[in-house]
Ligand binder design. Structure first.
Ligand SMILES: [Fe+2]
Length: 409
């Protein structure tokens, strides 16, 4: 990767595109929403407004380019997010946070100063800033999802909920033994947890063609399981709590669940969750022994291939986007919801933390976080690369987490 950026390089364009997306999401908040905390385990919304700019400033201007701080208090206050263990929720109050106009003024100065110096910055650091912002675009989306309806404004135009699907015929697909490549090439950008690239042998297994649907999960709930966080019940009828609307439960949409719920359903169904390696084999392997960059091949992500890159606020039927199927005919491995794996989030062999962001991954190697693969409707296309790993706690209910079954070995 080059060490400096030419003006108007793709990276600068990418940064501006990512800023547009997060600005768009913040603009969906009503004025009274900024000091709310829609998710108990996360900060108040005003934190994220300051955090995106503070992160860029701390990484690119201060650390990479050695520029002096113009607002050390905000640099520290907005530096890092939180992921508390159960029973250890934050206890700050709205009064602990600065007024909104001060945060906006800080942000405006950060952007102006950064834009004047970014051409001097190391490309890897700028990519870290861009991908950090894209990840927060998804975090902002699910925070917004949990905001009461009166505290958010639906955008002027949005796609209608997709209730139309071909009938779902659950099918298991046999995948023969083969090798997969985990991790990222040293010549390409990746986060610390994507290295070192390495090969793993995967024994034969059978995997579901489709993600588990709301309709299938409903039978589990009717047998006594707790309903998922994204469902609500009124007068005996089930509903899906969408981003902006309460919808009669769409039975052929994938169910959003925690890792704990995905494991419990799999056990109830006499199956297991795929490992990270099995996911790779099903998504990127092929009968001819080759591996592809995406389940559908080498073409970059597009709307025909899946529900990602902010195409929709909510899921689509599990049978949507057959043009995104893998070489084995497995559907929706990328998009329409991250997929839980049975693999605890641990370092790959040869892992080295970034010296400029040492706790990015290492803080989560606690075996309470599990690897998710694929991507959700709110995942930016640049994060859909094969080596990207997402991770959340076993019982974290807010994320767009889906799953599919693997037959017992
Ligand atoms: Fe962050």
């Amino acid at each position: 990767m080059s060490t400096t950026l030419a003006r108007s390089t793709p990276l600068v364009t990418d940064l501006h595109e990512a800023r547009s997306r997060t600005d768009f999401l913040f603009n969906l908040l009503t004025p009274s929403a900024w000091y709310e905390r829609p998710i108990g385990e996360r900060h108040r919304m005003v934190f994220y407004l300051g955090h995106l700019e503070a992160f860029d400033w701390n990484m690119v201007a201060r650390r990479a380019l050695g520029k002096p701080s113009f607002h050390p208090e905000f640099d520290r206050l907005f530096e890092f997010g939180i992921d508390p263990a159960e029973g250890n929720l934050p206890a700050d109050t709205p009064a602990d946070w600065p007024p909104l106009d001060e945060v906006h003024a800080y942000n405006a100065r950060v952007r102006a100063e950064l834009d004047s110096m970014i051409v001097q910055a190391n490309g890897q650091i700028v990519r870290v800033a861009i991908e950090h912002r894209w990840m927060h675009a998804e975090t902002l989306a699910y925070l917004l999802h949990n905001m009461p309806r009166e505290l958010k404004r639906p955008p002027a135009t949005r796609s209608a909920a997709d209730f139309h699907s071909t009938p779902v015929h659950p099918t298991m697909i046999r995948i023969p033994a083969g090798e997969v490549t985990l991790g990222q090439s040293p010549a390409e950008f990746g986060w610390d947890n994507e290295f070192d690239e390495h090969r793993v042998h995967v024994p034969p297994f059978s995997i579901a063609r489709y993600k588990v649907s709301n309709g299938e999960y409903l039978r589990f709930v009717e047998s006594g399981a707790k309903p998922p966080f994204f469902w609500s019940q009124q007068n005996g009828a089930w509903f899906y709590r969408g981003m902006f609307d309460l919808l009669p439960l769409p039975l052929d949409w994938p169910v959003y669940v925690t890792h704990e719920e995905a494991e419990a359903y799999a056990s109830w169904a006499g199956a297991v969750l795929p490992t990270e390696e099995q996911f790779h084999r099903a998504a990127y392997g092929a009968p001819d022994g080759c591996e592809s960059s995406y389940p559908w091949g080498e073409e970059p992500p597009s709307v025909a291939r899946g529900n990602f890159d902010f195409a929709h606020w909510d899921p689509q039927p599990v049978t949507a986007h057959p043009a995104g199927d893998s070489a084995w005919g497995v559907s929706q491995l990328v998009g329409n919801g991250w997929e839980w794996t049975s693999t605890p989030f641990r370092p790959f062999p040869g892992f080295r933390q970034f010296d400029f962001y040492p706790r990015y991954s290492a803080a989560f190697f606690d075996d309470d976080h599990f690897v998710m693969k694929g991507g959700s409707p709110q995942t930016a296309r640049s994060l859909l690369r094969r080596s990207f790993r997402n991770w959340f706690r076993h019982r974290y209910p807010y994320v767009y987490g889906t799953f599919r079954l693997v037959a017992h070995g």
